[in-house]
Design a protein around this ligand. Structure first.
Ligand SMILES: Cc1cc2nc3c(=O)[nH]c(=O)nc-3n(C[C@H](O)[C@H](O)[C@H](O)COP(=O)(O)O)c2cc1C
Length: 198
């Protein structure tokens, strides 16, 4: 017999921003996190997490992340547009607290990198440093910023990918050694512990 479960049809367009945000971010889970490092105007390093993150094109080596509306313009967007470059660092599970700190609002002039006790290391092709405590980093050149309402989708071309020594086996990243952090919502995250093979 064909199962006939009943579904709740939710008109997302009829909801306000908070309602849409709650439903979309609690159903599209877990999300990988782009931990984006950028150079501030004064040359100091900034880092912020963005879990609206995806591969936009494998053949063109494009990664995309989305910056949502905010009262004050987000530093990452300003820096990316001014510098035309940035680094997407991915997040190992042990960096959850540090990433949370960098995802919260702090008084202007406060360095999130210092607050989270993180460190920058030089990139190869761009001026923006990578985050030393992460295992995989992508040096990116800004390709385009696409406006969707007040949100901005940032699309960048990967110039260089860095992987921690020993992480790549047969041309692939070893998932257990990688141990990436997944975003659920708010302060909730997950680890990749139950792997399924079919
Ligand atoms: C795990 C995590 C994921 C986040 N994902 C997003 C996102 O996809 N888009 C967004 O606009 N803000 C996101 N945020 C919030 C930003 O990180 C936050 O606004 C941050 O303060 C921006 O910093 P900036 O002003 O240095 O760019 C996220 C926060 C956390 C903790």
């Amino acid at each position: 017999m064909t199962p006939s479960p009943s579904f709740e049809g939710i008109e997302i367009c009829g909801l306000n921003f908070a309602g849409r945000y709650r439903l979309l971010t609690s159903s599209i889970i877990p999300r990988p996190i782009a931990f984006v490092s950028t150079l501030n105007e004064d040359g100091t390093l900034n880092a912020a997490p963005f879990s609206s993150f995806m591969i936009a094109s494998v053949e063109a080596a494009l990664l995309a992340f989305s910056i949502g509306p905010s009262e004050l313009p987000k530093g990452t967007l300003q820096n990316v547009v001014r510098n035309q470059e940035y680094v997407i660092n991915t997040v190992p599970v042990e960096l959850a607290r540090e990433v949370q700190i960098c995802g919260e609002d702090h008084a202007p002039g406060i360095s999130k990198i210092t607050l989270a006790s993180l460190h920058g290391i030089a990139s190869k092709r761009i001026r923006t440093p990578r985050i030393a405590e992460t295992k995989v980093q992508f040096e990116c050149a800004l390709r385009t910023v696409i406006p969707f309402g007040e949100s901005r989708m940032v699309v960048g071309e990967v110039l260089v990918m860095h992987a921690l020594e020993g992480l790549v086996h047969d041309g692939k990243i070893d998932v257990r050694e990688y141990a990436p952090l997944g975003r659920i919502a708010g302060r909730a995250y997950c680890a990749l512990t139950d792997l399924i093979s079919v």
